[in-house]
Design a protein around this ligand. Structure first.
Ligand SMILES: CC(=O)N[C@H]1[C@@H](OP(=O)(O)OP(=O)(O)OC[C@H]2O[C@@H](n3ccc(=O)[nH]c3=O)[C@H](O)[C@@H]2O)O[C@H](CO)[C@H](O)[C@@H]1O
Ligand SMILES: [Mn+2]
Length: 316
């Protein structure tokens, strides 16, 4: 009898003890008693801050509802520039349809699309406060010139047209598609996206320009991250300075008959090394065309689509 009573007391004690510790744990983490220092937001498997204290945005590092509500009060416009020349017009439909589903949903977005064939632009239904302006540009017969030429065109666009039209700008490749949220968590003064092939490799693998003759030169052993040329953005002023500098540096290279190893991407990397971005986006914000499982990437938001370069580009 006594033994049974003891067992009962023991079980009751266990129950009360566990409940209390559960309550304390819940209390520390709950919205009622917890705070952002004891909460769950943050990642331990990846760096979410650069050594200069810029955030690196990964799934699990931000509260989407909260950040949406903050930016909702600001009545912002996000200019988004796209280029589709030659056969790259085929990527427009998927890009625009998926962007309407995932890209700054609920915010004012103005796409500026540069193309040599305005007639080939598909009719995609845009949401409320979503605008598309098409601008005709001359065809070019080297894909490298199309890709690099974007810097000068963006520089002029910001200078001549965007001043009172937009608050932020993102410049994105068109051979891409959205699969998940890309929202206001990406906004910042100067924003770079970590290249999906180089986020988990040592620096000596980074394909920076290492020839001293090029203006994109970065000495061996230097550099922070390797950024993709397929997506970057920020405030109008900062992106204007970036595009102007890259365009000037590419002009000097051209005058010296040298082309950086990865074209404007090399110049962008040089720029972002000496002008540190205020925010970095993880490779969730530009994934690879070849699907490969990588533990740290919990969600693919935006990705290159598979393409046959020899077939879509005007030259090799
Ligand atoms: C993953 C990544 O970082 N991608 C970069 C990479 O290759 P990519 O293979 O992604 O370059 P790409 O073929 O997509 O060309 C870049 C962009 O130029 C435009 N385009 C290009 C060719 C053409 O015939 N018509 C046309 O419209 C289009 O917007 C395209 O998205 O290197 C390029 C420069 O070396 C750029 O830096 C890209 O951003
Ligand atoms: Mn691309």
């Amino acid at each position: 009898m006594r033994l049974r009573q003891n067992v009962h007391f023991f079980l009751l004690g266990m129950f009360v003890g566990l409940s209390l510790s559960g309550l304390v744990y819940w209390g520390f983490n709950s919205i009622w008693f917890g705070n952002h220092l004891t909460g769950h937001l943050g990642r331990t498997d990846v760096a979410s801050l650069t050594p200069w204290l810029a955030p690196i945005v990964w799934e699990g590092t931000f509260d989407a509802t909260l950040i949406d509500s903050i930016y909702k009060q600001q009545n912002i416009t996000i200019a988004t520039t796209l280029f589709a020349l030659g056969k790259y017009t085929r990527f427009l439909k998927d890009f625009l349809e998926s962007a309407e589903e995932h890209y700054f949903v609920g915010f004012r977005v103005h796409y500026y699309l540069f193309t040599d064939q305005p007639e080939a632009i598909p009719n995609v239904k845009l949401g409320q406060e979503r605008y598309l302006t098409v601008k005709k540009v001359p065809s070019l017969n080297r894909w490298q010139d199309i890709s690099m030429g974007r810097m000068g065109i963006l520089e002029k666009l910001i200078e001549n047209e965007l001043a009172n039209e937009a608050d932020y700008i993102f410049c994105l490749d068109i051979d891409t598609k959205f699969y998940g949220r890309w929202g206001v968590e990406t906004l910042g003064r100067l924003v770079g996206v970590i290249h999906p092939w180089f986020f988990n490799v040592p620096r000596f693998i980074f394909t920076y320009e290492h020839r001293r003759e090029s203006q994109a030169y970065i000495p061996a052993g230097e550099g922070d991250y390797y950024y993709t040329g397929a997506a970057f953005g920020g405030s109008l002023n900062d992106v204007h300075k970036l595009t102007r500098t890259c365009r000037e540096q590419m002009n000097i290279d051209a005058a010296n008959s040298i082309e950086a190893i990865w074209h404007e991407e090399s110049h962008l990397n040089k720029y972002l090394f000496y002008n540190k971005p205020s925010k970095l986006l993880s490779p969730e914000y530009l994934w690879r065309d070849i699907s490969m499982c990588v533990g740290q990437v919990k969600i693919i938001r935006f990705s290159h689509v598979a393409k046959n370069n020899a077939e879509v580009r005007p030259n090799l």
